[in-house]
Design a protein around this ligand. Structure first.
Ligand SMILES: [Zn+2]
Length: 419
């Protein structure tokens, strides 16, 4: 298939974009893409490619912008139920941590998720995947973390693998048994940390080897935060995970600066995420590493809090910056990377070009897939979006409506009547 007449073909070619380099879109005016099977074979101008492949079936983009599918590198996709009542409590003045201390928050979703059967859990999550795909996300990281005991966490891994196989949206799994201290270990985070290190992580490794042999291991993530896991506990969990061969991620500095960003850099984590309260020293150490800084602007927006990730400082220090939705039922139920881009332009002070690079090639780097997705280059998976507009800057500028007209996933035009 030959896609022709993209007013602007945003290739994002050349790999992840560090520091001041962020925002290099590699635009080809009146661009075209040749797709063979699931893969991009060639990229160029419409004139060049129409001349070289005169008999190829055409998809005319009709003078609209074309770009790589979005990669959402931080989601809590797999859950059951909702927390609409808690949202109302928060509006009445309760804080996130007060709600959590009262048995709400993550633990109320844990109860709903543990009691949902596998099919129900998948059905509820699948609806979110449909919405994500419709809004242009073609690859998403997806975390467990609403089970908090071995069987429930493994059931969530199972749901993730099945959804990945059944749905066009590609999922990159993450084991987040360390999302919160399990209710059975209330007041004993040390005990739950020991369970994670001695039982849950080794069990996850054995389960993976049995159920997904040959497939790259999932990431292991930890919520390093006051009220969740201390820096020392986070270190113990991540070091044990690394010993078992898992690649790493971390939730760091959402509410308090505990030093999680530096820990991520030291341990060679793929990403450190949130980074709202990160100190200048931690930013320097993170920016000097290969660890991607992932900003989640839907979370402060969802909590109506004024502070966002200091993106300008991360970029000034030469860091790799990505953005993600953090979709979850407590603070940020948002399926749209377009809305993430709109927030990133306003509150992270990114240009639309920077926000798009952070949502594509750099987001792919945050999930270890920059060699396969996140840009339109020969050899990459053919994941593309055709916008409804000729100018890519409508992304960021506009919000609350869907500007993705068509999604091409692994070379297939998605038919949304079935998603
Ligand atoms: Zn998260």
């Amino acid at each position: 298939m030959l896609i022709t007449h993209a007013s602007q073909l945003l290739t994002l070619a050349g790999g992840p974009q560090r520091g001041a380099d962020l925002g290099r879109l590699g635009i080809i005016p009146d661009g075209a893409v040749l797709i063979r099977g699931e893969v991009i074979e060639r990229v160029g101008t419409s004139e060049e490619l129409e001349r070289a492949y005169p008999d190829e079936p055409r998809l005319d983009a009709g003078g609209r912008a074309v770009l790589p599918g979005f990669v959402d590198p931080h989601t809590h996709l797999i859950w059951a139920g909702d927390r609409a009542a808690e949202f109302e409590m928060r509006l009445a003045g309760a804080t996130y941590m007060e709600i959590m201390a009262a048995g709400g928050g993550i633990l109320s979703t844990v109860r709903a998720t543990r009691s949902a059967g596998l099919e129900e859990l998948k059905a509820q999550s699948r609806r979110r995947m449909d919405a994500m795909l419709r809004h242009g996300t073609t690859t998403a990281e997806a975390k467990t973390g609403y089970g908090l005991d071995t069987p429930s966490e493994l059931a969530q891994l199972q749901a993730l693998l099945e959804l990945d196989a059944e749905h066009p949206l590609d999922l990159v799994p993450t084991f987040l048994g360390a999302h919160a201290v399990a209710p059975e270990f209330d007041g004993d985070p040390e005990g739950y940390t020991r369970l994670l290190c001695e039982e849950m992580l080794p069990a996850a490794r054995r389960w993976w080897d049995e159920h997904a042999p040959g497939r790259p291991l999932p990431f292991v993530d930890v919520f390093c935060e006051t009220g969740a896991f201390s820096l020392e506990q986070s270190r113990a969990i991540l070091e044990r995970a690394r010993e078992l061969g898992f690649p790493l991620k971390i939730h760091a500095d959402e509410f308090d600066n505990l030093g999680g960003a530096s820990l991520a850099a030291e341990l060679g984590a793929a990403s450190a995420d949130h980074l709202v309260k990160t100190s200048p020293g931690d930013i320097r150490r993170l920016a000097a590493s290969e660890t991607v800084a992932v900003a989640l602007p839907c979370t402060p927006f969802g909590l109506a809090q004024p502070e966002y990730t200091p993106a300008a400082q991360i970029l000034a220090a030469g860091g790799l910056l990505a953005v993600a939705s953090d979709i979850n039922p407590g603070t940020a139920w948002c399926e749209s990377m377009q809305f993430v881009i709109a927030l990133a332009c306003r509150y992270l002070k990114l240009t639309p070009a920077q926000a798009i690079a952070a949502a594509t090639i750099n987001a792919a780097a945050a999930v270890g897939r920059a060699d396969r997705v996140g840009s339109l280059e020969p050899g990459k998976q053919a994941d593309l979006l055709i916008l409804s507009e000729p100018d890519y800057r409508h992304l960021g500028y506009r919000f609350g409506t869907n500007l993705v007209a068509q999604v091409i996933k692994a070379g297939q035009v998605i038919d949304f009547s079935s998603h």
